[in-house]
Write a protein of this length. Structure first.
Length: 275
């Protein structure tokens, strides 16, 4: 299997498809690189090189007990990019992965980066605070952690509904979407599941976003029931220079997987890559 060994000896699994300018996909919580298979094929078919890794503690990467913080995730991404000697990279990140992308640029700059895509991403800050009233209350994150610790298999089945907005009339969510979500979530360590909630809930990415100096596409659904657009996507678009915001009407948190929105996103991504 293709493996990147990090500076601290962790094995990071990745897929590497196609040839051409590299596009690195960074998955959300609680998924892994398999969430990007449709996009990997789309970019490879279009003449790009698609790469998607499993975050530590997720999927096929080392099931570590700790290290679930954004500085560590960003340094893991840096290890992958430098070991593969990737240059002129487009970074594409979903949900929690958007924090990883932001922190990567905050810590390592954009010398190897051509452009960035934030999809349903958590920056600049998820947690509701006096200065971020549009955010998510701490009690919601506490309930998520309780659900994981109490009975995580059923919790993931229940969570898949809101993740894909399967509770909305006229939705196009398939049973396969929900099954795939459960399967990937169960491949995440239970410790990682809980620790990542604290990380993506409370990490502030304002200063990281100010360091973006590459073209950035922000895509967010206005029916995102996990990462509310008013606290995240709309604010990121105001902070990042050269950012373009595309709002998907009725779009869920799982835009890249749900039929209809998936194809639309793939085309928007390819258009951005070719621009």
């Amino acid at each position: 299997m293709p493996i990147c060994t990090t500076r601290d000896g962790i094995e990071i699994f990745y897929k590497d498809w196609g040839r051409g300018r590299p596009v690195v996909f960074i998955h959300g919580w609680p998924l892994n690189g398999d969430a990007w298979q449709d996009q990997l094929k789309a970019v490879a078919d279009a003449g790009f090189r698609g790469i998607a890794h499993d975050r530590r503690g997720h999927g096929r990467s080392t099931p570590v007990y700790d290290g679930y913080d954004f500085d560590t995730f960003a340094d893991d991404l840096h290890d992958l990019i430098t070991q593969l000697d990737l240059r002129d990279v487009t970074l594409v990140a979903h949900s929690m992965g958007g924090g990883e992308l932001a922190r990567y640029i905050g810590r390592h700059g954009t010398d190897r980066v051509k452009s960035a895509v934030l999809l349903s991403a958590v920056p600049p800050l998820m947690l509701q605070t006096p200065n971020n009233p549009e955010g998510v209350p701490q009690s919601v994150f506490d309930d998520i952690k309780k659900g994981i610790l109490t009975e995580r298999s059923q919790f993931w089945k229940d969570t898949a509904v809101g993740f894909f907005s399967a509770n909305r009339d006229g939705n196009k969510v398939t049973q396969g979407n929900k099954d795939a979500f459960w399967y990937m979530a169960m491949a995440q360590t239970i410790k990682g599941g809980v620790d990542c909630v604290d990380a993506f809930a409370s990490t502030d990415f304002h200063e990281d976003l100010k360091k973006f100096d590459v073209p950035t596409l922000i895509v967010h659904g206005d029916d995102d029931q996990v990462v509310p657009i008013d606290a995240t996507g709309r604010k990121s678009a105001k902070i990042i220079p050269n950012a373009t915001l595309k709002v998907y009407e009725g779009g869920s948190h799982g835009i890249a997987l749900v039929p209809g929105d998936k194809e639309k996103f793939n085309q928007d991504l390819l258009d951005f890559l070719k621009s």
